[in-house]
Ligand binder design. Sequence first.
Ligand code: SF4
Length: 264
Amino acid sequence: MKIATCSHRPVLVPCNLKNFEYQIDPYIGCQHYCYYCYVLNQAETDWTREIQIYDDVSGQLSKELARILPQTIYLGYYTDPYQPLESEYCQTRQVLELLLESGFSASILTKSDLVVRDIDILQQMQDAKVSVSVAFQEDLDRQRFEDNTPKTDARVAALKQLKLAGVRTGALICPVFPMISDAKALFAMLADLTETIWVYGLSIDDPSDRNWQNIREILSTHYPALQKEIEAAVFAKSHPFWVRLREELVGLGRSYPIDLHIHL
Ligand code: SF4
């Protein structure tokens, strides 16, 4: 894996998400390399060979932050801020240290339990939030679709640790693979640990996209008996699988004091 540095692009960039004006992705590329990742379709480099980090992330970001008012910055929109490289390069920790020092806060999305390392910083921020994303109840399924990520159990344990430490938490059940992901079981694992759960399906813009080609290959190798039915459901929101799942999740959501957002 080549680690390249870049200094030509801004660290702080405008964010399209509701409630956030700016986002930061401390890494360009993602070592987790989930085969279904929609960002793979736009990736400038092959993430299995090269990830880019900022030449001087703190120096560059401190100048960029000086131009805006303190606010909450979103981390993890395009790439995971706690991918394995973070243990060594600490780009995310440097960003958080600077945000705290400058009066900003952070809302983080990750698939990694490494985030608990930074609880000390998050506790000091005004209203920091960490959301953890999970897609598979069964570890064999996780390995087939996102082998480089931490296990689901480790992510759920991280969420618990964050909550106990007083950091606000959220969770994404994403992406739900029809007939493979057990979204109801994942909901049950998460519901007591978080104030908000979002549920999303796969993000496939075009069947020729790289992520869909990856998924098809995995389905034909490991789930040949289900492939046809899964493919039919992925491209039809009216498929009985989604209709039933939406109803079941709405029912489950009523049993918990939770803010549930179903985007299926
Ligand atoms: S962790 Fe997120 S950004 Fe990284 S490869 Fe997986 S889906 Fe893509």
